[in-house]
Ligand binder design. Structure first.
Ligand code: PPS
Length: 342
């Protein structure tokens, strides 16, 4: 994707310090689109409208998920498979650029004249790998028409809630901060957070999981048997990879290795942006400009890190007995009869 973005944009990403940070002029808010809340100005209506006619390609691979379900992890598995396990190539570019986030802006300010991400993706060479958190009914319909591949990942909603709570607080330029876990959990269970209710998001894809272009994965299975999931995903995507290559990809995608690799850890995105600018011989920032607000980190590292724990069952350290009972009842109510279990 980096050729499609161009060096000039990289420079603006750094200088304006706006990547994943909406311009400070517009206040943070939420808008509801077809029943789904989106954080503004991070996600805008123009982009969601453009999705209706956005053109997919038959060889596109989409990683789709409800936030905090294992998206970044699945992206890396998919990306490494599509690079046929050539990790030297994979590690030349940060995952945010290898698998761009379709509905999110590279830079959210119109004045900077950076095209929205979905337009930049339009210039990428095939085969493209693309990330989206859009619920099924808001994804471009052309994806199902063209039978582009969708790798969907879901996670126990209790662990999603915990991960999402921390993510809100380390991301104050996009999300409302929550002083208490309980306040967050209430909004989460009422679908008042970005992407709405986890159950509607999950069930849309669960109900189409038998379509030939859809693979439904679970975070817990990746944790239990990552190699098995890498193999299954490679088979689904039609890549015949040797056992050694499957081993290499599995090792590349462990939590520890993804956390320590600056090209796979979303926290260290700016390190890469800075390196690209430096390699182009440009100055980093205009005099007096401080650069990104968190140095070479994308998020507020004093709060937490993106690659936080990567565990199954961290919810046990957060839910009270009453919260857990209520959540169990909600899960039972929403998933009853669907066959989807965590
Ligand atoms: S986002 O912002 O919606 O794209 O977040 P997402 O990537 O879906 O989820 C982030 C959580 O996934 C964990 N993670 C991993 N766990 C295990 N192994 C690997 N390789 C891995 N990569 C990311 C990450 O730590 C977040 O979970 P928590 O529970 O917060 O640690």
């Amino acid at each position: 994707m980096e050729e499609a973005i161009g060096k000039e944009t990289f420079k603006k990403i750094w200088d304006q310090a706006l990547f994943f940070r909406p311009g400070s002029k517009e206040p943070i808010g939420m808008m509801e689109v077809e029943g789904v809340p989106f954080p503004t100005p991070f996600i805008n209506m123009k982009t969601l409208d453009a999705m209706k006619t956005w053109e997919a390609r038959p060889d596109d691979v989409f990683v789709v998920s409800y936030p905090k379900s294992g998206t970044t992890w699945t992206q890396e598995v998919v990306s490494a498979i599509c690079y046929k396990g050539d990790l030297d190539e994979v590690n030349k570019s940060h995952s945010n650029f290898r698998i761009p986030f379709m509905e999110a802006p590279m830079i959210s300010s119109d004045e900077l004249k950076i095209p929205p991400t979905h337009e930049i993706i339009g210039k990428m060479k095939s085969p493209r790998t693309i990330k989206s958190h859009l619920p099924g009914h808001l994804l471009p319909p052309d994806i199902m028409k063209k039978k582009s591949r969708i790798v969907y990942v879901a996670r126990n909603p209790k662990d999603v809630a915990v991960s999402y709570f921390y993510f809100h607080n380390m991301n104050p330029s996009i999300f409302k901060s929550y002083p208490t876990w309980d306040e967050f959990l209430q909004d989460f269970n009422n679908g008042k957070v970005y992407s709405g209710t986890w159950w509607e998001h999950y069930l849309y894809f669960w109900n189409i999981r038998h379509e030939s272009n859809v693979l439904f994965l679970k975070f817990e299975d990746m944790k239990r048997d990552l190699r098995g999931v890498v193999q299954k995903t490679a088979d689904f995507l039609g890549y015949k990879l040797s056992s050694d290559v499957i081993d290499k990809i599995t090792d590349h995608c462990t939590f520890e290795n993804m956390k320590s690799n600056p090209m796979t850890n979303p926290d260290t995105l700016f390190k890469h942006v800075a390196a690209v600018i430096a390699a182009s011989g440009e100055n980093m920032s205009p005099p007096g400009h401080a650069g990104p607000p968190h140095g070479d980190k994308q998020f507020d590292a004093s709060k937490d890190s993106f690659m936080r724990k990567g565990k199954v069952g961290d919810w046990r350290n957060h839910f009270t007995v009453a919260q857990n009972q209520a959540m169990d009842a909600l899960i039972e109510d929403k998933l009853k009869g669907t066959g989807l279990k965590f």
